[in-house]
Every structure is written in structure tokens, then in C-alpha cells.
Write a protein that binds this ligand. Structure first.
Ligand code: AMP
Length: 282
């Protein structure tokens, strides 16, 4: 595994690989790697000749400065985890000053996508995400880039941005990896107490309940009310939002007939930790 930090070095390496006609796959991460990340990396290795993983905690996507400061950073452990899946070709650990010579954010209108769910609840978050992804795409110039459905709204936004600014890159969605309890894997799960973690499994269980029992509800409003009250009945859980929205446009689903084209999305506070999840209707 080659570890590269200087932008110039990476660009040179990529130019050489491109010259020899190799297909380049890219998985951007913020480190603190877990099996969810590794599943994206495995898919990247399967599909591409060359796999590039970036590890960079992007300051512009944190609306809470202490969250940014406290984000786990341990590149050596991350590298050991990458080795456990047979390694990747290039680990890119960008230098902040090179990525952000100034503080300007990408001038790209996310429109409706940025006004709902995570966009509404974490102001400026997605602007930071597309800024760093645009910068990384311009440096790595991958043929394929892999993103998790765990962050479905992020995936939709990156598809939207790439369609306009990086048409040549194919965005590959990858399914959410879960713990045995059903809880979606996340670096934030490590911050939960044992009791909170056990309760957090109810987030997925409730989503599944909504999806599996559609026939027992009369309306979308009824589903929402039922799920929110179920989740909020747990000691450590508090729903921030529960939405049912179209899988492509993310527009709120209004009728039961449209459920087959929809996903259920949720954000829940579990103690001090904010968790998100989503699943499709069948
Ligand atoms: P992050 O390091 O949190 O920015 O995540 C890097 C990538 O891993 C993103 O595309 C995430 O959607 C993806 N990811 C995070 N958790 C999971 C998971 N449990 N299953 C699948 N992909 C995930």
C-alpha cells in the first residue's frame, strides 16, 4: 500500500495509471474505519484495477466545532484495517492547507436536497460535503466512486453534484452494513454506552416494522405517528425526524400508492449521540 499526502505526488501517480489505461476506483472516508467502510473498499477492489482510499476529517462539513475536534483520528489503526482486507493501492491522507488554500465553499446550488432531513437539521453540512468531494474528485479523477446508502441523502446529493460537475465519474451506491442487532454500523456507535447501544437497535427495528407492515396502516401520517411514538417510548431515544420520501427526488411521499418508490429515513438522538438510518419500502 502506498501512502500519499502531497497533492502533486498523487496527481503524478494517477496520471501514470491513467496513461496505462487502468480503471481507478475511489472510496472517500473520514477514517475511524469499520466494516461498513471496508465493504465499500471490497466492492471498489472487485470492480476496479486500482483502488484509492482517502482518509480526511473534513472541517467544512461539521456544523459543530467540538464534534470536529472530537472526531476519532487514528490513521495507523485505519491502515491496519485496510491491510485486513488485503490492502488498497493508494491511501491518500490529504494535507489540509493544500485542500483548503482558502475557506471558500463550492458554489453549487443543492436546491431542494439541502432543505430537508439532514439538510434542514445540519445547516451547511452538505455544502461542506460537496466541497470536499469535488476537490477530491478533481485530484483523484476516478472512473468509479463508492458511497454508502447508510448516508442516503449524501449519496443523492453527490449524484446530483457529479452529474453537473464530474460527468465522467460513475457513482456506485453500496448497501448499509449492520451489526447483528440491526443497528447500522457507524463510527458514532462507539460513543454509546452498552445500554444505549442495545436500545439503538430499535431504530432499525422500527423502520423495518413500518416497511413490513404497510398493509396495516391507513395513511402515511399514521405510519409516521406510530413509528415516532414507538421510538420515543425508549428511555434513551428521541426522534429528530422520521420521513418517508421518494428514493430519487427525496420529496415527501404523500400517498400509500407511492410507497414502492420510497424510503423511510430517520434521525434519532440516543443519549448525546445522533444516529441516522434509512431503508427502502418493498
Ligand atoms: P464516513 O467516513 O463516515 O464519511 O463514511 C465514508 C463512507 O462510508 C460513506 O460513503 C458512508 O456512507 C459509508 N458508510 C458509513 N457507514 C456505513 C455502513 N454501515 N454501511 C455502508 N457504508 C457505510
Amino acid at each position: 500500500m502506498q501512502r500519499v499526502s502531497k497533492k502533486k505526488d498523487l496527481e503524478k501517480e494517477i496520471a501514470n495509471l491513467k496513461k496505462s489505461g487502468r480503471i481507478i476506483g475511489f472510496v472517500p472516508t473520514m477514517g475511524a474505519l469499520h466494516r461498513g467502510h471496508l465493504s465499500l473498499i471490497k466492492e471498489c477492489k472487485r470492480k476496479c484495477d486500482v483502488s484509492v482510499v482517502s482518509i480526511y476529517v473534513n472541517p467544512t462539513q461539521f456544523n459543530d466545532k467540538s464534534d470536529f475536534r472530537n472526531y476519532p483520528r487514528d490513521t495507523d489503526t485505519d491502515i491496519t484495517k485496510l491491510e485486513s482486507v488485503g490492502g488498497v493501492d493508494i491511501v491518500y491522507t490529504p494535507i489540509s492547507e493544500e485542500l483548503y488554500p482558502d475557506e471558500s465553499l463550492l458554489d453549487f446550488d443543492l436546491g431542494y436536497f439541502d432543505t430537508v432531513m439532514e439538510g434542514a437539521n445540519r445547516r451547511g453540512h452538505f455544502k461542506g460535503v460537496i466541497t470536499v468531494v469535488d476537490k477530491l474528485f478533481s485530484i483523484v479523477k476516478p472512473d468509479f466512486a463508492f458511497f454508502g446508502e447508510k448516508d442516503y441523502q449524501q449519496l443523492a446529493i453527490i449524484k446530483h453534484m457529479s452529474k453537473a460537475l464530474h460527468k465522467e465519474i460513475k457513482i456506485i451506491p453500496c448497501p448499509t452494513l449492520r451489526e447483528d442487532s440491526g443497528l447500522a454500523m457507524s463510527s458514532r456507535n462507539e460513543l454509546l454506552s452498552k445500554e444505549e447501544r442495545a436500545e439503538a437497535a430499535n431504530i432499525y427495528q422500527s423502520l423495518k416494522l413500518a416497511v413490513d407492515n404497510v398493509a396495516s396502516f391507513n395513511s402515511i401520517a399514521e405510519i409516521k405517528k406510530d413509528i415516532i411514538s414507538k421510538i420515543d417510548s425508549f428511555k434513551h431515544l428521541e426522534t429528530e425526524y422520521f420521513e418517508i420520501a421518494d428514493k430519487d427526488s427525496l420529496k415527501t411521499t404523500m400517498s400509500m400508492d407511492a410507497l414502492t418508490q420510497s424510503r423511510a429515513f430517520i434521525a434519532v438522538r440516543c443519549g448525546k449521540v445522533r444516529l441516522i438510518d434509512n431503508i427502502p419500502f418493498k
